[in-house]
Each structure stands twice: as C-alpha cells, then as structure tokens.
Design a protein around this ligand. Sequence first.
Ligand code: URA
Length: 225
Amino acid sequence: MSGLHAQDTTSQSSGPQHLVTVVSHPLVQHKLSLMRDIHTGPKEFRELAAEVTLLLAYEAMRDLETEAVTLETPIQKGEFPMLAGKKLAVVAILRAGLIMSDSILRLVPAARVGHIGLYRDPETLRPVAYYNKLPQDIAERRVFLLDPMLATGGSAVAAIDTLKAAGALSVKLLSVLAVPEGIARVHASHPDVEIVTAAVDERLNDHGYIVPGLGDAGDRIYGTK
Ligand code: URA
C-alpha cells in the first residue's frame, strides 16, 4: 500500500507487458480508506465507489487519442484537442461492477456498456458465466473491464477470456482493490492487460477475501449480507 504522504499520482510496476498502475493520489487514498471503514453505510459506500472509479478511469484513459478540431471560442477561431481514435466500451462484471460502469458513463457518455455475469461453481470453484451481453463491435473498441475487487483473479480471467473470444483486442482492468495473487493470475493468462487499481493489499484470507480489504463489495454497495 502507498504511504500516508504519497507524492506520486501513480506508480507503475513491471514492464509494459505486465503493467500495474496504482493510483496513489491522496484523494483516492482518502476515499478508499472511507470505503474500508466498517462504519461506512451503503449510500456513502456507493458514492465513494463511484468517485474512486472516476479517478481510476481518469488515469486509465490517460493514453486516449485526441485530434485537433477547428472551432470558435467566443473570442476567436482555433484548433483544439478532442477525443479521437477507437471508441470505448466499459464492461461490468456483475453485480459489483455495475456501480463502476454507471460512474464511467458520466465521464464518457458515448461509451457502450457490456455486462458479464459469473458465479463460482461450488464443486469446482471455477467461475461459470450465466450472463454475457457485449457490444457487437467490441473488436473495434478499447475495452475497460470493471471489477471492484481483484481477489483470486478467477472472475477477471474468465471475463477477459470472454472478451477476447468476442474479439476484444485492447482490454484494461479497473479494480478498486487488488492483491498480488489476483494480479499474478491475470497476468499469467493475459500479460497484455493493464491493471489500474487504487491499492494492492497484502493477501487473500482462507475465504478468498482481500486483507485488510473492505469486505464484500457487492454486499456493501447494495446493503445485503
Ligand atoms: N470480493 C469481494 O467483494 N471482496 C473481497 O475481499 C474479495 C472478493
């Protein structure tokens, strides 16, 4: 985890093939700490999750292409940058990823939204897809996969498998929290996928929860137990 007085906005580890960006900006860290707090209720947790997502997206979209367009300000005509290049898709892993896709849509309202539903088979413990609805032209879009908790990495890998099978060529994974095990699992299967997160916590416990973590993200967002 980053220190209390983080100077850098982000830190990146490994080479370009195994990229992890930790957004250690003080605002992000402050909001993440509030999310971790057991006393934070669902309403505030949702608002914080949406805000942290916006700040993760800000970093994750740093390399979007722009092109100069001609327009007129009230003062004079000029050339100014506007987004260009591949269009975007955000894909939420159900259910906790929904709060993240809603948030990113406020930033990039033209993005298309996909959903992937996964549950863990109680016998094999492997993720099984129960829902999959993706933009048809996903191969032509830059894809931002949204999974608030990168824990074992099983769901993320299954979701990336699904995205690539559908033709996705460029995938970034945005997670509020990650652990080294999950990062390693994603990069073992998909070394091309950049991971953008607010923190890399210590480890997983025996129940697959991130330690110290923030608990079950879905339960905290929706007030279920
Ligand atoms: N999913 C969660 O919601 N929380 C964890 O700690 C791990 C996986």
